[in-house]
Design a binder for this molecule. Sequence first.
Ligand code: BT5
Length: 340
Amino acid sequence: MIPYPLAIPSPMAAQLAMRPGALILRHLRSAGLDFTPVDELSQAAGIPRSDVLRELGELESAGFELEHPPGTGCRLLRRPAALIAEDIEASLGQGPIEWRVQVFRETASTNDIVDDAGRAGAAEGLAAFAESQTRGRGRLGRRWESRPGRGIWFSALLRPRWRASEAGRLTAVAAVAVAESIAALTELPTTIKWPNDVWVNGRKLAGILTELRCTGDGIDYAVVGIGINAHHQPNDFPPKLRATATSIAMENGQSPHRADIAAAVLDRLAECCHGPFGPIRERWISRCFTLGRTVELSGGSAPLRGVAESIDAGGALIVRDGSGRLRTIHDGDVIHGVES
Ligand code: BT5
């Protein structure tokens, strides 16, 4: 597991507020192509001048192209294509969660990193990203293909004050956050397939894996793992996925910078988790193409065929079965368009 740059992958590191490098980047970005004096950067980041110079050096070694001739100040010319924690943090808005971002070059699964932190008592708001996952996973032990550098693979630590029976909301809010963020950045017509997929034009663009630990009737912590295909071309997917998977670049011609997508999703995830679920449920319903269709369910619960009618206040799917009875489904796989 190799963190980058210099982030310590421990719950302790996760308690720190936004890094000085992120504050410097944010300030440089807002100045555009104007030079910013080092003293001003020192004030913006709350660190001494000498530390600003060290931070600038670290940003350069992470791939940021900076210009800082002696006595003139500094300006930002280019950001690297790689995912950098400071870059994501600098792109975040001000929301109800203060995200603490870590980026790993390679790890088994970002869900494991965040689960360890959650179990050790870390506060809500840790977001662990990886350029590459060697054992990225989906639900029910399935594999998640995490082509290095092509996608956004991350997990967020949340501690929602919801009952355990409302845990289905987590996947729903994450799906809304992903679908809306990508639609806002690209205008792609993103849709949601219950319970955890984001699709574009009939193919899977993103998946969500929610894992949680409950205490009694409440949720102690939740790990919301999100995988978004960004820069993939068809050959980046294994042959068996080429007919069903897609990426932002494949649908849109190109992808926004992954740090901007990541920050947009984190901002929306915080907003959706901390607001009332009612309006989020409405947003979910307006994007979901599972509703109103005849579906066949397998996986989580006993096999069932019926018409998907809605989701309830806990995020579960409501299906009317062949005998007209309403059934509440908490997990499973959906096949659409089955004749009843
Ligand atoms: C999911 O499971 O869709 C959840 C995916 C969550 C991935 C994230 S990445 C960060 C975090 N760390 C992890 O280890 N996981 C999370 P499920 O609904 O079970 O779908 C899995 C199925 O999607 C596979 O069986 C394949 O058919 C398909 N699939 C695998 N990789 C894909 C990809 N990159 N794009 C589209 N489809 C994929």
